[in-house]
Design a protein around this ligand. Structure first.
Ligand code: F6P
Length: 568
């Protein structure tokens, strides 16, 4: 396929399109009765097991998806990513998050330079700094050890680290190393988030990590100025050097802000924000909380999947299979959403992270060459841990819209509980649901079954389940730092595969810019109205009315307010 041609113009795409009705007519109940087919749809790698037999796909469909991958030059695109080519063409950048977790001796080039030594230089610096803070050899302005960390950042500078932190919190080894320490995340510019973050913390024993790739993000910078004030007000302005550090690609702005450049941890423009959890963005706050050795295991898990993604044949390649199946569900079967359903409370922040990784990457309207696409890309990702989701939105998934589901289960619980006399352990109880739900979705319940159960006639339509609803199951051996790294990398690469097939740029995010620039206009207006009483002007009728009401209702706020911090 020529680089500017659309994938939808290829024979491979058209061939798959031509099979859609035929596949839709085969019920999953029937597909599941073919044991050979099911066996061929189970893949194992490094302790992980993927079962995609409950997808609306035959063995032939999978073969045709591999043909689609060939038509999209998938392998070549993966190679170009690993080789550091500027595949993020609208920003003229390499896409090398795989280098962030590469072994020390690896060679990965960007612009003719091996980036791995730089990566390890920063990792070594993080290890050294986090060891000093954790051991108490780095102390705050009043000589006290720093036991609490607030990481300020938003989007990719927040969601990935939050997911990993939440997942590690209950891992026995990680929680043991985090004893007596706290890690909090301040993301929203809402002052309530500031109040929640500083509640109960003492500036004397707190370290603030400002995380921002650009160091210009409005929310992060205002929050950073707010916490700088919180620290200075309590300990004096010179204390900032001891209580604030930064993670950024923009070290000039870090210094301008007043953070000692020696206390800045770099990363690079070849790391996309939403792909940055393995850079200092995640590694610094997580190492402060858990120690570098735990975080290193997380990096190793991600690296294992990188190697697998790079070298495994399509039939065995978990991210490739997942990516192709997502394209099949979105672009061919017409299912616009995907539910991410981890049967582990430790993964409660996984879906929010993947929302950004997936929706910011693949929610695009034009091809990488700027050609408007005649098909939709990306999917609407959402999710909650099972079993909580079962008591919330599963009704819609079972009897309403068809939403392909990712069931993620763990063999060994981080925190086993068994009550003597109970039928099963608590984890087995949880996992009973993990195993049952995919079959409920696939098989459904027929009128005949209900009649056999003597269900009253008038209730039969309400109690019927159509079934034939696709899902896939991913089983992890446990949920330690290594497995968390594996899970992260699987989803990162899956999203890339989808983008490579659709022929879009999964690594830029121009769609977030317009709202930001309109907010600048509003900010100027609020300032002019508050300080000079200027009327609202230059907006449409709706925004003018809303702004006027907002300003009128809060007109008692004096324009020359002294600094005010939360009182919680
Ligand atoms: O929301 C847009 C975005 O640019 C994300 O891609 C990014 O993760 C986030 O803002 C934060 O950006 P920064 O790390 O530069 O503060």
């Amino acid at each position: 396929m020529a680089s500017s041609a659309l994938i939808s113009d290829t024979d491979a795409w058209k061939d798959l399109k031509a099979r859609v009705q035929e596949i839709k007519a085969i019920h999953l109940r029937d597909l599941m009765s073919d044991a050979q087919r099911c066996q061929s749809m189970i893949v194992e790698f490094d302790g992980l097991l993927l079962d995609y037999s409950r997808q609306n796909a035959t063995v032939e469909t999978i073969g045709k998806l591999f043909k689609l991958a060939e038509a999209a030059n998938l392998k070549e695109k993966i190679n170009r990513m690993f080789n550091g080519e500027h595949i993020n063409s609208t920003e003229n950048r390499s896409v090398l998050h795989v280098a962030l977790r590469a072994p020390r001796g690896a060679v990965i080039q960007s612009d003719g330079k091996n980036v791995v030594p730089e990566v390890w230089k920063v990792l070594d610096k993080i290890k050294e700094f986090s060891d000093r803070v954790r051991s108490g050899s780095w102390v705050g302005a009043t000589g006290k050890p720093l036991k609490d960390v607030i990481a300020i950042g938003i989007g990719g500078s927040f969601l990935g680290p939050l997911f990993v932190h939440t997942a590690l919190q209950t891992d026995p080894e990680a929680s043991e190393s985090a004893k007596g320490r706290q890690l909090r995340f301040l993301a929203n510019v809402d002052p309530i988030d500031v109040a929640r973050n500083i509640a109960g913390l003492n500036p004397e024993t707190s370290l603030v990590v400002v995380v921002s790739k650009t160091f210009t993000t409005a929310e992060t910078m205002l929050n950073a100025r707010t916490l700088r004030e919180w620290i200075s007000a309590a300990l004096g302005p010179s204390s900032v050097a001891k209580h604030m550090v930064a993670v950024s690609t923009n070290l000039t702005l870090v210094e301008k802000f007043g953070i000692d450049p020696n206390n800045a941890f770099a990363f690079w423009d070849w790391v996309g924000g939403r792909y940055s959890v393995c850079s200092a963005v995640g590694v610094l706050p997580l190492s402060l909380q858990y120690g570098f050795s735990i975080v290193e295991k997380f990096l190793k898990g991600a690296s294992s999947i990188d190697q697998h993604f790079y070298s495994a044949p399509y039939e065995q390649n978990i991210p490739v299979l997942l990516g192709l199946l997502s394209v099949w569900n979105v672009s061919f079967l017409g299912y616009p959403a995907r539910a991410i359903l981890p049967y582990s409370q430790a993964l409660e922040k996984f879906a929010p992270h993947i929302q950004q990784v997936s929706m910011e990457s693949n929610g695009k309207g034009v091809s990488i060459d700027g050609v408007p696409l005649p098909f939709e890309t990306g999917e609407i990702d959402f999710g909650e841990p099972g079993t909580n989701g079962q008591h919330s939105f599963y009704q819609l998934i079972h009897q309403g819209r068809v939403i392909p589901c990712d069931f993620i289960g763990v063999v060994k619980s981080q925190q086993p509980v068994y009550l003597k006399g109970e039928v099963v352990s608590n984890h087995d109880e949880l996992m009973s649901n993990f195993f049952a739900q995919p079959d409920a979705l696939a098989y459904g319940k027929t009128i005949e079954q209900l009649q056999k159960e003597n269900v009253p006639q008038h209730l039969i339509p309400h109690k019927t389940f159509s079934g034939n609803r696709p899902s896939l199951s991913l089983l992890l051996p446990s949920l330690n730092a290594y497995n968390i790294g594996q899970l992260l990398a699987i989803y990162e690469h899956r999203v890339a595969v989808q983008g490579f097939i659709w022929g879009i740029n999964s690594f830029d995010q121009w769609g977030v810019e317009l709202g930001k620039s309109l907010a600048t206009q509003v900010r100027k207006q609020l300032h002019a109205s508050r300080t000079k009483g200027e009327p609202v002007q230059g907006f449409n009728c709706s925004t003018t009315t809303l702004l006027t009401r907002y300003l009128e209702a809060s007109s008692d706020v004096p324009s020359d307010l002294p600094t005010l911090l939360p009182r919680i």
